[in-house]
Ligand binder design. Sequence first.
Ligand code: NAD
Length: 468
Amino acid sequence: MGKNNNEIVVRDLERNVEDMREYFRSRNTREANWRKFQLLRLKAFLKENEGDIYNALFQDLGKNHVEAFRDEIGTLLKSINYALENLKGWMSSKKAKLPAIALLSSAEIIPEPLGLVLIISSWNFPFGLSLEPVIGAIAAGNTVVLKPSELAPSCSSLLARAIPAYLDKKAIRVIEGGPDVGELLLQQKWDKIFFTGSARVGRMVMSAAVKHLTPVALELGGKCPAVVDSLTFSWDKEAAIKRIIVSKFGPCAGQACIAIDYVLAEEKFSTTLVELMKVHIKKMFGENPRESKSMSRIINKQHFSRLKNLLSNPLVKDSIVYGGSMDEHNLYIEPTVFLNPPLEAAIMTEEIFGPFLPIITLEKIEESINFINSRPKPLSMYVFTKNQALQRRILSETSSGSVVFNDAIIQYAADTLPFGGIGESGIGSYHGKFSFDAFSHQKAVARRSFLTDFWFRFPPWDNHKFQL
Ligand code: NAD
């Protein structure tokens, strides 16, 4: 959709929204066949436009096509297949029981679509974060308006151009634009707003939703810690470090909500940790990572400057133990490791969202629990340890959207786990059946026979004694 068309769509938003509501009322989107067909068409979009998707991701983010397949196309195809395999079961009503007081009765829970939903997404996984919720919204039988992020313009325009050619135009629309368009969209009445982005805009979404009592899902970010125990053998240390490096610098050069933000490790392990990190950064991205084709670029100059400013504190700069070079022209930042930057510096108080990895040392790894608990609840926590007692303490004494032991990021690809935050890292969850539920209302249905009733149901009760 071109800019002019887009303006027309926004100007006519109210009419568009009303048309889409009308279409929802036609009940087409409730049909299982309609849902299946749309999911199959979404699959066709991904397959038939694979090359264009790689190009758009490369233009906007310098994403390597392997990363693009792993994190976006491949993950989406897997999610669509999972939804297609399970749709019948998800859509079916579930039997329920009524209490004995309702004699001769039956009950069931029927999932019904919410109606017209708005999805606002982010730029770092422009296809994944836009289409993963669309899969859930379609599977649940809704009509959908999707607004991708303006910061990944090639991806946004590919979605807006191609999606209408594949999906039912009356039910699924892509509207391009930035905050101004987002604000206009938020003024409309929706049956759900599903937002992926910053806590700052998340708050605006929530206040706009108040007007119509619209339910919201907020998929936000924050600082995801990795607790790294000293581990026992050289091979598990190596495996842990490789997973940490790829979960920091791998997904979109650290511009990922579930990327490791910082590492907590024992002081006595820090030298080994740093040395192993240097080895594996070099193995993955070469002696000169600027030449590497496996390293994404920073999304734009504004984010580049934000990251550069994190180094303006001399104490932060002095704590660099690896990397630190930057090239503004190419929006490139080298994978950079810091050892004990000041805790009050922005690099340790704000979400980094880039290829900087601070390591904070503690005397005992168990202190990581208090460290994490004294900060906002993270979206994800990664704990590299074989110590079962520490694993149990982490689970019972900390709170986060998810916890992964001995790896990172993999939870994103799981259809069987709810993906979402808690506290400042978000509200609500999705993926797999959780996506279907996120866009469904669970309607409670009770049925009774006319045959009988208990006496105490109906007054007058004056002459009755009631004993427990
Ligand atoms: P952002 O909040 O700036 O933008 C997100 C979306 O909101 C974009 O589509 C943008 O156009 C729109 N928007 C911006 N201002 C708006 C306004 N005033 N009204 C309505 N819409 C508006 O965030 P971002 O830069 O796209 O993403 C970075 C943040 O998102 C990070 O904090 C990151 O952790 C988080 N994030 C979370 C997830 C997750 O799944 N939990 C995934 C990716 C990113």
